[in-house]
Design a protein around this ligand. Sequence first.
Ligand code: AMP
Length: 292
Amino acid sequence: MEIAKTIESVRQLVKAARGEGKNIGLVPTMGALHIGHISLIEAAVKQCDFVVVSIFVNPTQFGPGEDFEKYPRPLDADLEICRKTGVDVVFAPTPEQMYPSENLTWVSVEKLTELLCGQFRPIHFRGVTTVCAKLFNIVAPDFAFLGRKDAQQAIVVRRMVTDLNMPLEIVICPTVRRTDGLAVSSRNKYLTAEQKKDATLIYKSLQKCREMIEAGATESETIIAEMRKILSQAPSIEIEYINIVDAETLQNLDPHACLPTGRRGGKVLAAVAVHIGPARLIDNILLDLSKK
Ligand code: AMP
């Protein structure tokens, strides 16, 4: 496995692989790799001849007062994971490599970024799409693998690729959870054992949503009230949002009207963001109502 710290070196390695007729997969990450990231790497290794994992804690997607400084950066452990999972190149640039001078050029996706997390993290998605555009230009992958765990991010990045005719395909992989349902996340490291237990209520609330919809509930307002009740069982949980939205437009569903059975395939996203102690945690489930 090669470790590329510069844009030039990763470009050369990818160019050589492409010269051998290999197709290229990219797994963009911020490091602190866990089984969620590993599932993306495994999907990439399965589908692609040459796999690049980028490890870069991207400063432009963190707002003031967020956890950029204290975000975990266990590079040696990350490299070990990449070695074991069959990665060809780890691209681990410094912030100076990626942003050598004040960044004046941004890629912003409209509308989709104003909803859900975008309401609370106003510059976040602009940072994500800009760094993804840069990584796609640097690595020039045929496929990029993103997690459903960050559903809005995946939808936004896929939209950028479509709107800007970028020559790659976004592959969205399922959310990996612990056995207690908690979605695996680098930010779970911020939680105490007690807080982790409280955090399992997030998935419980999403399961409640699934159960209610499967049992025929149609008012999103009623479903959200039940989800709120579950999350309120732990006083450590501060709810940022609970939304049930159209999985394509991310627009809220009419709180009193029927859920959109059959419309655009009837895909609905139930999404939750909470603060527990020092961590902000997000999770979601995708429900395909047309299959009911
Ligand atoms: P991050 O390092 O948090 O920026 O995440 C890098 C990629 O891993 C993103 O595409 C995430 O959606 C994905 N990811 C993070 N956690 C999980 C998980 N539990 N299951 C699946 N994918 C994940």
